[in-house]
Structure formats: C-alpha cells, structure tokens
Design a protein around this ligand. Structure first.
Ligand SMILES: C[S@@+](CC[C@H](N)C(=O)[O-])C[C@H]1O[C@@H](n2cnc3c(N)ncnc32)[C@H](O)[C@@H]1O
Ligand SMILES: Nc1nc2[nH]cc(C(=O)O)c2c(=O)[nH]1
Ligand code: SF4
Ligand SMILES: [Mg+2]
Length: 227
C-alpha cells in the first residue's frame, strides 16, 4: 500500500471521528434525576426538530468540528464525574454513538438528552438516556418514535415538557397507554409558559405517579444564562 493511501485512510479515520460541537461547558446539572451534580455538558450542533418552546435555538446552526478524542480530553479537564451529551439533537450526528461509548470507557457517568425522535437502539447501554418525548404544545408531537421504548433500560428516564393543561392531559394518557411508569417519568413545565406551582397542583390532584422536574439551572442563573 502506498504512503498516500495510508495517510488518506488515516485522514479518513480522523474525519470519521469528528463531531460538530456548539459548546462544552461545566455547570450544575439542572435536569433529570441527576440534577444537582457538577457536570460537563457537550452540546452538539443541529436538530431536525423545531419545538415551539426550545430554549437552545443557537445550537441549530454553526458549531465547530472537534475530534472525539479531543472532546473526551476536554471533558476530562473539567475534573467532574458526570457528562451530559445534549444539543441540539445529539443523535442527529451518527458519530455521537462513538462519543457516548468513548465517554463511558473514560469512566464518566454519562447521560444523554434526546428528543426520542431518532432511534436510541444503538446507544451504549451504560448511558443514562433521558427521552424527552414531545407533547402537542411543542408542535412536534408527530415526531415521537414510540418504538424507542423497546430500547430503554431501568436507569433511563422519560421527560415530558408541558406547556398547558392540554399537554398535561395528553401526557397522562400517554403514561397510561404506553405504561411509561415502567421508567421514571418527569413532568417539566415550559419555562415562562406554565407556572411550576400549577403543574405541581395538577400532579397532586391527579395522584399521577410522575416526578415534577424544574430546570434548576434557570433558578440559579436565570433563563438568559441558561447554562
Ligand atoms: C435543548 S434540548 C436538547 C436535547 C434534545 N434535543 C431534547 O429535546 O431533549 C434539552 C432539554 O431542554 C429542555 N427544554 C428546552 N427548552 C425548554 C423550555 N423552554 N422549558 C423547559 N424545558 C426546556 C427539554 O426538556 C429538553 O429535553
Ligand atoms: N445546567 C444545565 N443543565 C442542563 N441539563 C440539560 C440541559 C440541556 O440543555 O440539555 C442543560 C443545560 O442547558 N444547562
Ligand atoms: S428536539 Fe430538543 S433541541 Fe431540538 S428543537 Fe426540540 S428541544 Fe430544541
Ligand atoms: Mg439547556
């Protein structure tokens, strides 16, 4: 084999191991049942959905290419044990699967925030998947891939972001219809649209076996900061 083909193959291999990244930052995990832990966030660029209430539209475009090895090294330099891979929609980049496994191999507790619109079947089973199924108020309810429920482990979680009573009633019906209480179900109010106290009262009134979740980071640093 000539040296040119060798170098082009290794160049190809390196290209195969890169991802478009919007930001890498360290904060307090504000969501899921891992909230409160110091966590390094790897936010991937791009998303095929456009949830009406998305608080991260800046991740839809732009970003910089990074090699997976460099992402893992940067995560290590954060000197925390938890990593949250998010976006944008992280699974929109197939190579995210390699990043997730590399982070697990590096010894991190790895969580993945994903919309559930793309298959989670090939995600490393060590990863804590947080499946954020979309309610009607998001405008993306049609994108939910219910087949993803077949690929959830006991440690995975299902999150439903709710904008109003219509979303709440829809969510209760989904919990029943798909027996979502086989996993931890989180009900989270759309920031600035649904009063947290209102959602709390609905959950109690309904005696729903779901867990109220609030975006802790926004109470700490406000929506604008949102990190
Ligand atoms: C920005 S998304 C990125 C990951 C993935 N695309 C998803 O939808 O889960 C991360 C999480 O932020 C939360 N989120 C986004 N905008 C929100 C808002 N306006 N109010 C409450 N939660 C929001 C959703 O729970 C979502 O799961
Ligand atoms: N502090 C903090 N915690 C988070 N948990 C999930 C987030 C996300 O955007 O996916 C997020 C975020 O953006 N900030
Ligand atoms: S799927 Fe996630 S990143 Fe994409 S628009 Fe919805 S909330 Fe935002
Ligand atoms: Mg966020």
């Amino acid at each position: 084999m000539t040296t040119t083909t060798l170098s082009s193959r290794s160049e190809q291999a390196r290209t195969d191991q890169r991802l478009k990244i919007t930001e890498i930052f360290t904060s307090i995990q504000g969501e899921s049942d891992l909230s409160g832990w110091p966590t390094v966030f790897v936010r991937l660029t791009g998303c095929p959905l456009r949830c009406s209430w998305c608080d991260t539209p800046y991740s839809f475009h732009g970003g910089d290419w990074m090699q997976i090895d460099d992402i893992v090294d940067q995560a290590r330099s954060a000197r925390v044990r938890h990593v949250c891979v998010t976006g944008g929609e992280p699974l929109a980049q197939k190579r995210c699967l390699n990043l997730l496994t590399a982070l697990c191999d590096a010894g991190f507790v790895v969580s993945l925030e994903t919309s559930g619109a793309l298959s989670v079947a090939e995600v490393d089973p060590r990863v804590v998947k947080v499946l954020d199924l979309k309610a009607p108020g998001s405008g993306e309810v049609g994108r939910n891939d219910w087949g993803n429920l077949d690929h959830l482990q006991a440690h995975d979680q299902i999150k439903l972001v709710l904008a109003d009573r219509v979303d709440f009633d829809w969510a209760l019906r989904q919990v029943e219809a798909h027996r979502l209480d086989r996993w931890q179900v989180l009900f989270s109010p759309v920031w600035g649209q649904l009063e947290p106290r209102q959602l709390a009262e609905w959950i109690v009134e309904a005696r729903a076996h779901v867990r109220l979740q609030l975006q802790m980071h926004k109470y700490l640093w406000g929506e604008a900061q949102g990190r």
